[in-house]
Design a protein around this ligand. Sequence first.
Ligand code: ATP
Ligand code: MG
Length: 422
Amino acid sequence: MVKAIRGFNDILPGESGLWRWFESEAQRVFETYGFAEIRLPVVEKTELFIRGIGDTTDIVSKEMYTFPDRKGESLTLRPEGTASAVRAYVEHKQYTSPLTKVYYSGPMFRYERPQKGRQRQFYQIGAEVLGDASPAADAETIAMLMDFFKAVGVEGTLYINSLGCSSCRPVYKIELLRFLGVHTDELCKNCTKRIEENPLRALDCKSPKCREATTEAPSIIDHLCLDCNKHFDDVIDLLNLMKIKYHTDHRMVRGLDYYTRTTFEVKAEGLGAQDTIAAGGRYDKLVSELNGPDTPCVGFALGMERLAIVYNSNEDANKPAPLDEPLIYVITLGKAARKAGMEIIKGLREDGRRVEADLMGESVKKSMKRADKLGAAYALLLGDNELEEGKITIKDMKAAEQTNVPLDKISTWLAERASKKA
Ligand code: ATP
Ligand code: MG
């Protein structure tokens, strides 16, 4: 037998309201920090990611969906948003304004082994500050992320580190290489292979072998140059001033090549092995590497699937105001009533109310059953007799009580009911 086709990742009708709420809370919080939305394409030239993310990273070396277009040009479904945001910044010369702050949301694609909190198509919300070198930009970006988590009632723990810059990191790399050289046999295959090109990866590797082998590795924080050290201290001071709690984690190197100085992650409970819901950092070289002028930047991305898992596992979370309008079920009896009913339904929908109706003239009993099954809050009954009197019967399904309401007062009555219930 031919097997049923499985999709990548569906956000079902029952879940999508939560996603929309996450996005609207992000929009609300981010805009109070002066960010504006950018809508980026889901497909880019492959070269962007190779140059932007780096070809020794997991993403570029094994996770991209890459294919030739009709003319043979290599395209890739975006695995993340930062490279695209920077490409757009350079392409549209946004650097002519002194500061650009953008946020985005949408699907990302990575060829990974699907498991809890890891999909091949997943959704991110991200934000980028382009054109600000100050530690305040790092601290504000982190503050904004933590404000967002607070707004959606999700508790996250912040971890922060510095990766230094092009003057101090190479010195650290040599130190680390020297250390790893003695421990090569204890590393996983992947890390052994890339050790020369990118020894920092070994610190971030999830394999228990590498974790064990690098416990005594030299720490980046002891190798920062004066400027990087000051930058890190300033970020920490600002976080303290803003009363943002954090832990330092000097092993955190993140999976992307473009980071310089500050990197951070937010972890949450209830996720199992994939416990990071958001990650970001400073990337001062990426714009110039993609042919723009020297532009210091900082940003982050958070995973919406993981956010939803944490949110749903927390009973006390700020539940969003119910997104759904109470359902109204309209039942009509007789020809004239049906015609008048059509007008009523149209009017209610124009008022923004959610309406289902029996348009096929089923019996009242059957229609009431269906209204109940659909979870209707109100059933509106209109027969030819009521129509003559200019009235309709409204049944409150929960309270099991009914009232006669003049036809031109339906909306007023429903609104009064709603405000009484609220
Ligand atoms: P991980 O170590 O969990 O693979 P990463 O370093 O690859 O994360 P980033 O590229 O920094 O993650 O992406 C930021 C966030 O996007 C992650 O913290 C996570 O919440 C989410 N994310 C990344 N990859 C996936 C995926 N395959 N499925 C679901 N969410 C993901
Ligand atoms: Mg990953």
